[in-house]
Design a binder for this molecule. Structure first.
Ligand code: OOB
Length: 556
């Protein structure tokens, strides 16, 4: 099967690919090869630390062991008919098997589709159907949710889905991941995928009815790791704590677990992102660097001064995924004793970091500047005209690790990319004189719920499926802790029985949507405000929400 992104999505034109190779950004590396090299260089160095818990044993895997495990699992997957180009939905919590699984898939050229543990039937069914996934990898349960029950339903109904592997806990009717692995001589594994091949499909935060899939190649993603490692000072002595869900682009690659593995460093998995789980691991493993979304960074800075744990090993705290307020940013260093590094990134590519040696004001007031000298940044008005430096406008970007199109989405691509390949980020930014970006707002119809992205249209569609609902609009409203939360304005049908807001939330939840997408607040209204030309004004709805939240307590 052809794995080049060109078949299912637009890829970089040849002249750009040549330039990125000539500049040394794309070096012809693959994930499978990278692990093999690190294992050869230092087989006995610890790669993955999984503290276990909830009945699961603690594990410390060396580079040698991770490499062997990836080979054995790769062989077992091949024996089950999973191979090059096959899609495998991976929905695992922060456990060691996440890495065993994805490196096994990388090695045989099968593509992980990175689902989050919070996703439910609606999202997972869509990923499996849309990608024609051959397999689905799950834990037995996390937070009381029975993933095997969901898997049983999906294998029954989706013809391409032939395998379910249970990575942790009781496999029930399915195959346990450890039973899949088989002994193999590495030379019997198939040829490695090409560096320009797709490595995996990442999920977009989305602003449309269904999430879009982001096709990333080995070469482009590995460049973003190398670039991130350099800017975040990650080397083989670093210890990276995965506090956020491992499959998300931020903890995966900015510089994240994959950056740390690229550097030959140690990756420590944290089962929960709060201080209770993280602080003991920082002390016991000597964690040097980690990444958090703003609400968690706030929790950590509040908890740190009173903790009995020694956090002095922590050098760098990356904060991103949503805007980190200046006031909160100022508290990081005094509370945690480490350098704050703001990161403004996106799974589509572009990642900006404040530099470790930026002056303290730049660190707390900007969201950083791009990784690469070849990241092209444009700030434009509504008609795509470039704005004078320093003015606020839409951020467009193109570069050596930013996709040229989503996977199998030609119509959406025509809107999300300019004709000459710039990605329309949907972010509203301003460039400072030093080339740092300040995120001023957002033009896309999305709610950024403390770093978790909610596409308004997706939630609206689910609410509209309720038989009593005539129309629905979902907008962001301020939240002291999350930054933003979701508010759904709903018009009921004229003949509908009166109902309570909670009934709408329950309805959406029961449709099998990730909990973070269930509206935080539902308001019934008679009409929606309109713009001059008679379109529904989300701007006016957001202003209404703002007034209403000013008079109601936040969820904090
Ligand atoms: C990260 O990736 P995604 O794909 O979940 O979300 C990307 C969007 C950006 O377009 C922007 O709207 C928002 O998240 N965002 C920020 C931000 N970082 C991300 N908005 C304001 N300030 C920031 N610092 O969220 C992501 C990927 C890699 C690294 C870090 C975050």
């Amino acid at each position: 099967m052809n794995l080049s992104p060109g078949k299912d999505a637009p890829t970089w034109p040849q002249e750009f690919a040549e330039r990125y190779r000539a500049a040394g950004w794309w070096r012809g590396e693959t994930f499978g090869g990278m692990l093999r090299e690190r294992a050869a260089e230092h087989p006995d160095r610890v790669a993955i630390v999984d503290p276990g818990g909830n009945g699961a044993p603690a594990r410390r895997w060396t580079y040698g062991e991770l490499d062997r495990r990836a080979d054995r699992l790769a062989a077992g997957l091949l024996a089950r008919g999973i191979g090059k180009g096959d899609k495998v939905v991976v929905q695992l919590p922060n456990i060691a098997e996440f890495f065993e699984t994805v490196f096994a898939l990388f090695r045989i050229g099968a593509l992980p589709v990175f689902a989050l543990p919070a996703h439910r039937e609606t999202e997972i069914r869509y990923f499996c159907e849309f990608t024609e996934a051959a397999a689905y990898v799950i834990p037995q349960q996390v937070g009381g949710f029975d993933y095997r029950g969901l898997a049983a339903k999906l294998v029954d109904e989706i013809p391409t889905l032939r395998h379910v592997f249970v990575a942790e806990g009781d496999a029930g009717p399915f195959e346990a991941l450890p039973d899949v692995a088989t002994e193999v001589a590495p030379e019997h594994l198939p040829a490695a995928p090409a560096p320009s091949d797709l490595a995996f499909l990442q999920l977009s935060g989305g602003s449309t009815g269904v999430p879009k899939l982001i096709p990333r190649t080995h070469d482009d993603y590995i460049y973003s790791l190398r670039g991130s490692n350099e800017l975040c000072a990650v080397d083989e002595d670093s210890v990276y704590l995965v506090a956020l869900p491992a499959a998300h682009n931020f903890p995966l690659s900015s510089p994240g677990s994959l950056g740390a593995l690229y550097a030959g460093a140690r990756v420590v998995l944290c089962p929960q992102p709060g201080p209770e789980a993280a602080f003991p691991l920082i002390e016991s493993e000597g964690v040097t660097i980690t990444g958090l979304v703003p609400p968690l960074a706030l929790l950590w800075t509040e908890a740190a001064p009173a903790t009995a744990y020694d956090l002095s090993s922590l050098d760098v705290l990356l904060v991103g995924g949503a805007k980190f307020s200046e006031e909160a940013a100022r508290r990081v260093k005094p509370a945690l004793g480490c350098t704050l590094q703001q990161v403004f990134g996106m799974a589509e590519g572009l990642v900006n970091y404040t530099r470790l040696d930026d002056d303290p004001e730049t660190i707390v007031t900007t969201q950083g500047r791009p990784i690469s000298p070849d990241d092209e940044i444009r700030v434009v008005d509504d008609e795509d005209n470039d704005l004078p430096p320093g003015e606020t406008g839409h951020l467009l970007t193109r570069g050596p690790y930013t996709i040229r199109g989503y996977w199998r989405a030609p119509e959406h691509n025509a809107r999300s990319f300019t004709a000459d390949g710039f990605y329309r980020t949907g972010d509203v930014v301003r460039l400072t004189a030093t080339g740092h970006l300040v995120v001023e707002g957002r033009a896309k119809d999305q709610i950024n719920r403390g770093g978790e992205k909610v596409a308004a249209e997706e939630v609206e569609n689910h609410i509209l499926a309720h038989p009593s609902v005539h129309d629905a609009n979902v907008v962001a409203e301020p939240d002291a802790y999350l930054g933003e939360r979701t508010c759904a304005y709903v018009i009921l049908r004229a003949d509908a029985e009166p109902m309570r807001p909670a009934a709408i939330r329950k309805f959406v939840r029961e449709r099998g949507l990730a909990a973070y997408k269930v509206p935080d607040r539902v308001e019934f209204v008679e009409v929606f405000p309109q713009t001059g030309v008679g379109k529904i004004s989300k701007k006016a709805l957001r202003e209404t929400a703002l007034r209403e939240t000013a008079s109601t307590p936040s969820s904090a």
